[in-house]
Design a protein around this ligand. Structure first.
Ligand SMILES: C[S@@+](CC[C@H](N)C(=O)[O-])C[C@H]1O[C@@H](n2cnc3c(N)ncnc32)[C@H](O)[C@@H]1O
Length: 225
């Protein structure tokens, strides 16, 4: 896959180049999905974030994962590879074409038993999930402007000791600095700023904010497990 450097990225291109040189992989199936995503402008996790997600899954050894924003199933398949065989992944996607592509990709990757793709608007669907359906890992990679509306439900559905990983929270640096804000993105930026404050001030969470990829938070739910 060719690397295109985004000049608005939060990490300088020479660092990104170095990181991507170091975190290459030989998984042909994932390479195929990366090529498809690039050719068809489907946003998938950046390589650095993908590796972080994979390592986080291997560290936490989750039994249940919830993902918001499946797209073509790339990150769901990546998490399936990095988790024990008995781990179940539920991934939510509102775009019907993406749902079909993701299901096909997941079948071809051999993970139909492990990953369920649910066609739904995540904001509505989360509130229907029962309290006893707790998850060990929740990966938020859906509509950035709606993270603020999903956080309470995610905390409710997260096991103590479980983690919420949220992608794109620095949003090309716009979240951190008014001078970087593109006018038409102001609503998303304001909501992402609020989201970061909500995470940081949340009494049940401890959160680390990382300048990785497009900005990633990892939040752990405090309390005895
Ligand atoms: C960044 S992409 C997800 C990429 C995927 N996690 C990966 O790395 O392979 C975000 C996806 O969220 C979906 N999405 C946006 N709003 C949503 C909503 N309210 N509910 C469910 N999915 C949503 C979009 O259709 C899009 O496919």
């Amino acid at each position: 896959m060719s690397i295109e450097y985004d000049l608005n990225a939060i990490v300088p291109p020479y660092i990104t180049e170095y990181l991507r040189e170091k975190i290459t992989h030989n998984d042909e199936f994932l390479h195929g999905l990366e090529d498809y995503a690039e050719k068809n402008s489907v946003p998938i996790v950046e390589p650095e974030t993908a590796r972080f997600l994979s390592v986080a899954c291997r560290m936490t050894r989750p039994k249940k994962i919830l993902e918001v924003g499946c797209a073509i199933g790339y990150s769901a398949i990546l998490m399936a590879q990095a988790t024990p065989d008995d781990c179940k992944i539920t991934t939510l996607e509102c775009n019907v074409e993406m749902v079909a592509l993701a299901r096909e990709n997941i079948k071809n990757a051999g993970y139909s038993e492990k990953i369920s793709v649910i066609e739904a608007d995540a904001k509505d669907y989360l509130s229907y999930i029962d309290d006893d359906e707790v998850f060990d890992v929740i990966f938020l990679d859906g509509p950035k402007a709606h993270y603020i509306y999903m956080l309470d439900e995610c905390v409710r559905l997260l096991k103590k000791g479980g983690v919420i990983i949220s992608d794109n929270v620095l949003y090309k640096g716009m979240t951190a600095d008014d001078n970087h804000v593109v006018r038409r993105k102001i609503t998303i930026v304001k909501r992402l700023r609020r989201y970061i404050d909500m995470l940081m001030e949340h009494p049940e969470l401890e959160t680390s904010l990382l300048p990785l990829g497009d900005g990633v938070t990892i939040s752990v739910k405090k309390g005895k497990q």
